[in-house]
Design a protein around this ligand. Structure first.
Ligand code: BGC
Length: 348
């Protein structure tokens, strides 16, 4: 089937969501061609939840580059935050004959259906960055996400060790959001227990949406007469929303706020002083290791993993990388030194 026809069909199938157009800049070899022309070439399907946050573009590019440099053929599809679309996209890739699926699940629990479907077709699944829960997913590659939350709360507590704290989390349907919160609470709980910190607001943010985070922060401020001393926001997107709310009551830059992802805007706010910290997760490393794993798994090799994470059903062989806290003091020694962002972009 030619590319245009396939995209047209996919668009109809996926209820009008841009399943092919945005994610595939150029027509790639069709699965039929892959089978005919490169019997021994590993075909990798990369299924993303979204391309909305800045980081996922990096994941996409770095992963494709790394897997293709190992001789694999990669097709990436993003589901625009829609579970049914994600399931359909996985189905399409399985029908096209992928050797392995690498999945960033939109919903940790719902995506177990992708694993079942892939296994029925003899295709192994790697959970990328986010864990697919209650399933027999084959591998999990991510960062130490509890540590991400611990870093966020620790940096905030360095600036404000007591008072009214608000927790503005990520999407509860994302297992990472739960782990980030768990890490933050590891740090806050002793302070809450001894009465020095009061958690005046604790809320997840649907779809990780910055506008929702802004609204949630508005609610937190309103119900406490703007008497808020610190905010732990789960990523740079939600931090941006929180800081907009703080701005509207003159609190931006006056109370600590955390973030995550070392997005350009997040790091700029760290340098400016409206955001206390962000968490740098070296995505280059994640993408390279995942690509390596995918190519091996797709060729039928077993991959050794020295860790495992229980996902509610099994202990999933896992690889967890280290996150790094970024503050005004170490921007140059971390994200800039690694070439993740440039000095020029950050300091404009
Ligand atoms: C990722 C974060 C990201 C968030 C929203 C999480 O699962 O680990 O890096 O900011 O999703 O996309």
């Amino acid at each position: 089937m030619n590319y245009l026809l396939k995209c047209g069909l996919a668009l109809v199938l996926f209820t009008g969501l841009a399943a092919c157009s945005a994610q595939e800049e150029k027509p790639k070899t069709s699965a039929e061609d892959v089978r005919l022309t490169a019997e021994d070439q590993v075909y990798v399907g990369f299924v993303l939840d979204t391309l909305k946050d800045e980081r996922w573009y990096k994941d996409k590019e770095l992963f494709e580059e790394a897997a293709e440099s190992k001789g694999a053929h990669v097709k990436t599809l993003a589901a625009n935050g829609n579970d049914d679309v994600q399931l359909k996209q996985a189905e399409l890739l399985i029908e096209e004959g992928v050797d392995v699926l690498v999945v960033v699940p939109h919903d940790a629990a719902f995506s177990a259906a992708i694993v079942d479907m892939a296994h029925k077709a003899g295709v192994k699944v790697i959970s990328y960055d986010r864990l697919i829960t209650n399933s027999e997913v084959d591998y999990y590659i991510s960062f130490d996400n509890v540590k991400v939350g611990e870093l966020q709360a620790s940096e905030v507590v360095k600036q404000a060790s007591n008072g009214n704290f608000a927790y503005i989390g990520g999407a509860e349907s994302d297992n990472n959001a739960v782990l980030f919160r768990q890490g933050a609470m590891n740090v806050l709980k002793p302070l809450i227990d001894k009465g020095s910190v009061k958690l005046i607001h604790d809320q997840y943010t649907d779809g990780w949406d910055p506008i929702t985070a802004e609204q949630n922060m508005k609610t937190a401020l309103a119900k406490n007469g703007n008497n808020v001393d610190a905010v732990i926001a789960a990523n740079d997107g939600t931090a941006g929303g929180v800081i907009n709310s703080l701005s509207s009551v003159g609190l931006a830059g006056r109370i600590p706020v955390s973030g995550q992802d070392a997005e350009l805007e997040g790091v700029r706010r760290v340098v400016k002083g409206t955001q206390t910290m962000t968490v740098y997760k070296p995505i280059t490393l994640l993408a390279e290791q995942a690509a390596d794993m995918a190519v091996k798994v797709g060729s039928g090799e077993d991959v050794a993993a020295d860790q495992s994470v229980h996902n509610g059903k099994i202990d999933v062989p896992s690889l967890l990388l280290e996150p790094v806290a970024v503050t005004k003091e170490n921007v140059r020694d971390t994200v800039i030194k690694d070439g993740y962002l440039t000095e020029k972009d950050v300091y404009q």
